[in-house]
Design a protein around this ligand. Structure first.
Ligand code: PGA
Length: 254
């Protein structure tokens, strides 16, 4: 059985103070629940506040929302895997569709970032997913295969083990339209086949493939009960401690 992974993607929300308030409200609600593996991904400036507020024994990880592929250098505005790790991060989101859409992220830059994150000891959550026009044109499988095979280039099976992939159909992000468990399950099987091709069946059997796109307390349990869905990347519903705790509680039992 693969352990479920539930990650909160806060996007460009929450100052350090608001992030601290979230943790103070969230932790008591999930304290009794088995919660491996839960990760909060704040904006860069709020990472130290979240790391400090969680303390050492919360069992909750912290992740960046992006990373650059060099360790250091003259790259104004960028953050390296080494810096994220030094700030207390265990995870990092790579290739989110908003980065692809607004900031010129490509399959190739996703690959460079993924390799850097793995070398830097972070657990990457690599995002893939089709836009509505691609789905309507019957291209979903091709898009997922291309995004995965390029992202995985030059990475060995042993290196790939800490990685998770998030299937996030772009038409479901922030729209309230959730993929059905069957539809997500189909995409997850395509992704797992690509993982198997790149890294072997053993790694493919272990790798968590998450679903993201309008996950809410009301639909989390049903989605997560599908055998091919190994967790969730949650945007909007992760901003409120009560609703994110409800998602965590619906997935992890006491
Ligand atoms: P959403 O966002 O849950 O608000 O749809 C998910 C994501 O962008 O990761």
């Amino acid at each position: 059985m693969r352990k479920k992974l539930i990650a909160a993607n806060w996007k460009m929300y929450k100052t350090p103070e608001q992030a601290r308030d979230f943790v103070a409200a969230f932790l008591p609600q999930v304290r009794e629940h088995r919660r491996d593996e839960v990760v909060l991904c704040p904006a860069f400036v709020s990472i130290p506040a979240v790391v400090e507020a969680l303390g050492h024994s919360s069992g909750i990880g912290v992740g960046g929302q992006d990373v650059f592929w060099e360790n250091e250098g003259a790259y104004t505005g960028e953050i390296s895997a080494f810096m994220l790790s030094a700030a207390g991060c265990s995870h990092v989101i790579i290739g989110h569709s908003e980065r692809r859409q607004y900031f010129g992220e490509t399959d190739d830059t996703v690959n460079r970032k993924l390799r850097a994150a793995l070398l830097g000891g972070l657990k990457p959550i690599v995002c893939v997913g089709e836009v509505i026009q691609e789905r309507e044109a019957g291209l979903t499988e091709d898009v997922l295969r291309r995004q995965c095979s390029t992202a995985f280039r030059g990475i060995s099976g042993a290196q790939a083990i800490p990685m998770a992939v998030a299937y996030e159909p772009v038409w479901a992000i922030g729209t309230g339209k959730t993929a059905t468990p069957e539809l997500a399950g189909e995409a997850h099987r395509v992704i797992r086949a690509e993982v198997a091709e790149a890294f072997g069946e053993g790694v493919a059997g272990q790798m968590r493939i998450l679903y993201g796109g309008s996950v809410k307390p009301e639909n989390a349990k049903l989605l997560m009960s599908h055998p091919d869905i190994d967790g969730a990347l949650v945007g909007g519903a992760s901003l409120d401690p009560k609703s994110f705790a409800a998602i965590v509680k619906s997935v992890f039992q006491k």
